[in-house]
Design a protein around this ligand. Structure first.
Ligand SMILES: *Cc1c(COP(=O)(O)O)cnc(C)c1O
Length: 357
């Protein structure tokens, strides 16, 4: 079985470093656990780092954490489906929203349950995922503020670098602060939270370019992987070794690099491109699309190349490997966010937790 080695101490250290760096700029860090299926041990590591709020995209994951003794506050970071609202209001302290209708539903449910919840209204400043388009934002949020009582709208937020790959900047985050200021002025109200971003916004903090007023980041990727995929970089003050995947080698053979016979599509309806490099030594590892995203496998072995995965097999060219790789060996990999997401959520990948170095 493939194994994920999860070093809780390194995760805690990454989280702590991010927290320290952000605190200097008055930015609170929400630790986002969604890549981990709401893993309680990981959430506890985040808590030990000093992070207070746990951000999650699935209510089931939040319930899993609560059942395993993780204490909130919890923030629901995916704008919520109607069916989840009862549970969200019962179990979460914060929720991100982007629809008046959802605010209305939450009001009703909160009244029925005699509860309240804090909400952050999401504004789209260009990335084109969730949030009300920035030009319409002030008007919609003012209407939301007028209809909400038990839903306490405490601020505005945005998400960047997820669909459009738009990079957080002084301009787009500045717009978020401006919209907040405008609403505060119009209604003489307080919207203290400006939840300005995720891992991709850490760069602005590092470079001292974060517009003042932005005071919350929701961070996942950097904590677990030490990478920032949107800016295509490794974050040099974090470790990239907190989580390592290991998989068994189940075949090593020398074969042609070009298939023999007439070709159609692969098992997933794709048409792989083959480059004829002559005979190559290839290892198959017991790992596939079910467990990882193949393009997100980053081998620790030097000189090897991930060629292709189907559901359960991944072919790796080991012709130029620095060590001799044989059947029965294992190979180790760092992972992209997508690959980690799949591995963490796959029941066929064993999770091994380490506390030490
Ligand atoms: C996933 C997510 C985050 C965390 O993003 P990272 O890039 O992993 O830091 C923050 N906010 C929202 C709304 C998200 O969906």
């Amino acid at each position: 079985m493939p194994r994920l080695y999860i070093n809780l101490r390194l995760i805690e250290e990454n989280a702590h470093k991010i927290l320290e760096k952000c605190s200097k700029f008055n930015v609170e860090v929400v630790g986002v656990t969604k890549v981990s299926l709401g893993d309680p041990k990981i959430a506890q590591a985040l808590k030990r780092s000093g992070i207070k709020i746990i951000g999650e995209s699935r209510i089931e994951n939040i319930l899993r954490m609560i059942e395993n003794g993780v204490e909130g506050p919890f923030m629901m970071i995916r704008i919520p489906p109607k069916d989840d609202l009862v549970k969200i209001i019962r179990w979460c302290e914060y929720v991100l929203v982007s629809e008046l209708k959802t605010v209305e539903w939450m009001e009703e449910i909160a009244r029925d349950l005699d509860k309240s919840i804090s909400a952050i209204y999401m504004i789209d400043v260009g990335d084109l995922r969730e949030g009300v388009w920035y030009k319409d934002a002030a008007e919609e949020i003012i209407r939301a503020l007028k209809i909400s009582k038990r839903v306490k709208i405490i601020g505005v937020g945005t998400n960047l670098g997820c669909y459009g790959g738009v990079l957080p900047s002084t301009t787009n985050l500045g717009m978020l602060v401006e919209i907040r200021d405008l609403i505060e002025k119009r209604l003489s109200c307080q919207l203290p939270v400006v939840s300005g971003g995720n891992t991709s916004a850490l760069k602005l903090v590092e470079e001292g370019r974060l517009p003042s007023g932005v005071n919350q980041y929701r961070v996942g990727e950097a904590i677990f992987l030490g990478t920032d995929v949107t800016n295509n970089r490794q974050i040099d003050w974090l470790t990239q070794e907190a989580i390592i995947l290991e998989a068994p080698v189940i075949e090593v053979k020398t074969k042609p690099s070009f298939p023999q016979g007439e070709t159609g599509q692969d098992a997933f309806g794709r048409k792989p491109i083959f480059i004829d490099k002559g005979m190559r030594k290839r290892a198959i590892i017991a790992l596939g699309e079910q467990d990882i995203v193949p393009s997100g496998l980053k081998p620790l072995d030097k000189g090897v190349e991930v060629i292709h995965s189907s559901s359960d097999h991944t072919i790796i060219d080991v012709t130029d490997a620095e060590r001799k790789i044989e059947v029965g060996d294992t190979m180790r990999f760092k992972l992209s966010y997508g690959a980690l997401l799949r591995a963490m959520t796959c029941p066929h990948v064993e999770k091994i937790y380490m506390q030490g170095v």
